[in-house]
Ligand binder design. Structure first.
Ligand code: HEM
Length: 470
């Protein structure tokens, strides 16, 4: 195979190309346009740094996601996120990452994630809040609150609220923890953006905030670890007590700092992701009343539908599953993903110079240290895979299309594919199915289009303002 160069996108700042990088991070449509212009792969070639390569070629993505020796995350995230997140699956590569994934996997075993009792209670409360709200409700913050509680319980065995604390006495309140968490996260985001220039921002306040976050988490993790070594755990322990991630990890190691890293990194992965998926799906459904009616029919036509509101049963609602896929296609919760080349390597395909929309098997050289950015937002808008109406919300398309693993990637793919996928999909399905069962009409109360807002994940900056009528 001959090595070839790929199209170069010009930046206003020739030294770092920060202008284009920032724009592409926050404005997802700009990357759609750039790929439309340059083809499936193009690059920025700043004078002061290694290249930044953007690719949406499934063959390239496959290599990036499956070859952990050549492509990793540690140079990008390790130093920048370390003070906040510690060690864990998000910040490591190679053997260290493999060990952390091996430890985490049992926490996602079916017996730990299939119980939906708490979530059913949560939806019931949500429905009451919706009814109290009357003609207009912003579902997004309500879903954030609901899944924040669920995430705390899954990770720490408690939601940290006063009425769940019993005789526990943490160093700070949950609200103070969340303030510190958000501030630590913001500081970490700035450090990631600045890369090797992060020394330019003062770090003492940031480090103090990180410490507060750690203290609060360690307090609860210690309690869960005690349970993990106690073989006489009471039989009447709640599922949360028995199966929290901290408890589970505590059975595998007594390294508190390591467990804290894994739990904190899992908090980043789970704090708002499922809530964003549900909020986006409802945002879309509210603009398509006929689809809401078809969904209701699918749910209501089952005489014993209560038996189907279970982890496995929910997968029988095929139309509901297609709605979730379509929401994830249009608005991936993580629209961008990045890797760093850990050594001089290559990608297998490049755009054809004559017709940029087709690819050819000519490899792209990738020097060590290059950043690779994959836009799932753009990948999911490939007309050859999804049809000519890629911007439309059309769950019906899923009855006829069959994208491959690297053409549709809302949960990532390859070695680091999402461990929370089944949990998240089942929970999102349950919430939407219960709402569809209960509310006859769903109306949008916001004419503005979806406005991607990038934080840990990407949600709608305008929220999800709707009315639901029973
Ligand atoms: C709609 C919900 C979710 C979406 C769209 C999502 C998406 C993703 C994506 C794209 C990745 C790959 C990251 C990469 O390649 O760098 C990932 C990894 C991961 N996700 Fe999720 N996720 C969701 C929910 C969750 C939840 C609820 C949890 C935990 C409770 C979770 C736990 C994880 C873990 C542990 C990994 C990392 C695996 C590794 O690095 O080995 N996710 N997720």
């Amino acid at each position: 195979q001959n090595a070839t160069t790929v199209p170069i996108h010009r930046s206003f700042d020739p030294f770092t190309a920060f202008d284009v990088q920032l724009k592409n991070h926050f404005d997802l449509k700009s990357l759609v346009r750039q790929h439309g212009h340059h083809g499936t792969t193009f690059q920025l070639t700043p004078i002061a740094t290694t290249p930044i390569i953007y690719t949406i070629s499934p063959e390239n993505i496959k290599k990036i996601m499956t070859n952990g020796n050549d492509f990793g995350v540690e140079p990008l995230r390790g130093e920048s996120m370390g003070p906040f997140c510690g060690r864990g699956f998000l910040t490591s590569d190679g053997d260290a990452w493999m060990a952390s994934r091996r430890m985490l996997k049992p926490c996602f075993g079916k017996k730990y994630i299939e119980d939906m009792t708490d979530l059913n209670i949560g939806v019931e409360r949500l429905a009451e809040k919706i009814q109290r709200a009357g003609d207009i409700v912003d579902l997004q913050p309500l879903l954030f609150d609901m899944f924040l509680d669920a995430s705390f319980k899954f990770l720490l065995g408690t939601d940290g609220k006063d009425d769940d604390l019993g005789n526990k006495d943490p160093p700070y309140s949950r609200a103070q923890f969340l303030t510190a968490f958000d501030s630590g996260l913001l500081g970490t985001g700035i450090r990631i953006m600045l890369g090797s220039y992060r020394f330019l921002v003062p770090s003492s306040g940031y480090l103090k905030t990180c410490r507060s976050v750690h203290e609060w988490l360690e307090y609860f993790i210690r309690i869960q670890m005690e349970g993990a070594t106690d073989t006489t755990l009471p039989n009447d322990a709640t599922p949360g007590q028995k199966s929290s991630m901290a408890h589970n990890l505590g059975g595998q190691t007594d390294d508190l700092e390591y467990i804290r890293g894994q739990v904190l990194q899992s908090m980043l992965a789970s704090k708002e992701t499922t809530a964003v998926l549900i909020s986006n799906a409802v945002f879309l459904l509210a603009r398509h009343p006929a689809i809401w009616q078809t969904l209701r029919e699918e749910i209501l036509q089952h005489p014993n539908r209560d038996d189907l509101f279970t982890f496995d049963g929910l997968t029988t609602f095929a139309f509901l599953q297609n709605i979730l896929k379509e929401a994830l296609r249009l608005y991936p919760v993580f629209p961008l993903n990045g890797r760093i080349a850990l050594r001089d390597t290559s990608l297998p395909t490049s755009p054809s110079p004559t017709d940029r929309q087709t690819t050819r098997s000519q490899s792209v050289p990738v020097p060590k240290g290059s950043t690779i950015v994959m836009s799932f937002y753009t990948l999911h808008r490939n007309q050859n895979v999804f049809g000519s109406d890629v911007e439309s919300f059309n769950p019906y398309r899923w009855s006829t299309i069959h994208p491959t693993q690297y053409e549709f990637m809302p949960f990532g793919g390859g070695q680091r594919a999402c461990l929370g996928r089944e949990k998240s999909q089942a929970e999102a399905a349950l919430v939407i199915a219960r709402l569809a069962e209960r509310f006859e009409r769903l109306e949008s109360k916001d004419v503005r289009e979806f406005k991607p807002q990038t934080g840990i994940s990407t949600c709608n900056g305008n929220g999800c303002k709707v009315a639901l009528y029973s």
